[in-house]
Design a protein around this ligand. Structure first.
Ligand SMILES: Nc1ncnc2c1ncn2[C@@H]1O[C@H](COP(=O)(O)OP(=O)(O)OP(=O)(O)O)[C@@H](O)[C@H]1O
Length: 239
């Protein structure tokens, strides 16, 4: 249940690209908010701007017009290391596809944001153990990514995004290559981040059964946002 002002906000976000001498519209005046405790699914056809939106919300890219705010801070007002620090504390990002460090164990992968954030060894260990337990992979802590299934790898990527207890979790097609049962497990973990960690979760998906677990669904078409059916009844548990 959403209870507060937006944890993440897009205001008339516009992003244009140049490709082969042509101007391509990635996103055109898109406005969107998500409050802590709320899960928003972003749907839309391939090329409609979903990843562009997520990267702008994460401060990993800059808009040509409009702005994105995270925990009330306009990304335009923070640059360089300050931006990295803000992202580290405020935003867990789950990119599309395989994103784990291949030479690092599952636990080491999960620990990365804490390490970068200067969290001490004992606290790192405790928080990593706690989040690995939450995603059901305590027994896999010492395994390398290639010793894990696709679904397990994605659960580790989610654990890594959640371990710093961010206000906002952004997930780009987190269930893209997973079977439907595993996709549901992964989606319920993200929904659990909203209920248990009181995070705002914005997830990009092509899958209506994933979107169904969100509180709200919005649709992008050619860089424009259409409000879609509201899903007020979250049907999932917290796993
Ligand atoms: N770096 C780039 N250079 C040029 N054009 C780009 C770039 N990134 C995205 N685009 C274009 O912007 C539009 C939106 O792309 P985006 O990747 O955000 O779509 P998407 O909805 O995430 O697609 P998919 O579902 O296939 O991942 C597309 O027309 C795409 O070709």
């Amino acid at each position: 249940m959403a209870t507060e002002q937006p944890a993440v906000e897009a205001i008339a976000l516009t992003r244009r690209y140049r490709a082969g001498g042509q101007r391509v519209s990635g996103l055109d005046h898109v406005s969107l908010t998500a409050a802590r405790g709320e899960v928003v699914a972003v749907m839309g056809p391939s090329g409609s701007g979903k990843s562009t939106l997520l990267y702008l919300l994460a401060g990993l890219d800059d808009p040509d017009d409009g702005c994105a705010l995270i925990t009330g801070v306009d990304w335009r007002s923070v640059r360089g290391r300050a931006r990295d620090r803000l992202r580290l504390h405020a935003c867990g990002f789950i990119p599309q596809g395989m994103s784990l460090l291949p030479q690092a164990t599952a636990a080491e992968n999960v620990e990365v944001p804490l390490l970068v954030g200067g969290v001490g060894r004992t606290e790192r260990r405790d928080r990593t153990a706690e989040i690995l337990d939450r995603v059901g992979l305590s027994d896999s802590a010492a395994k390398l990514p290639d010793q894990l299934s696709g679904g397990q790898q994605q659960r580790i990527a989610i654990a890594r995004a959640l371990v710093s207890r961010p206000a906002v979790v952004l997930a780009d097609e987190p269930t893209g290559s997973l079977d439907s049962a595993t996709a549901e497990v992964v989606t319920r973990l993200l929904v659990g981040a909203a209920t248990e960690q009181h995070a705002a979760v914005v997830l990009v998906t092509h899958d209506p059964s994933v979107a169904q677990l969100a509180d709200r669904v919005v649709n992008l078409h050619s860089g424009h946002l259409d409000p879609a059916a509201l899903e007020d009844d979250r049907s999932g548990g917290t796993n």
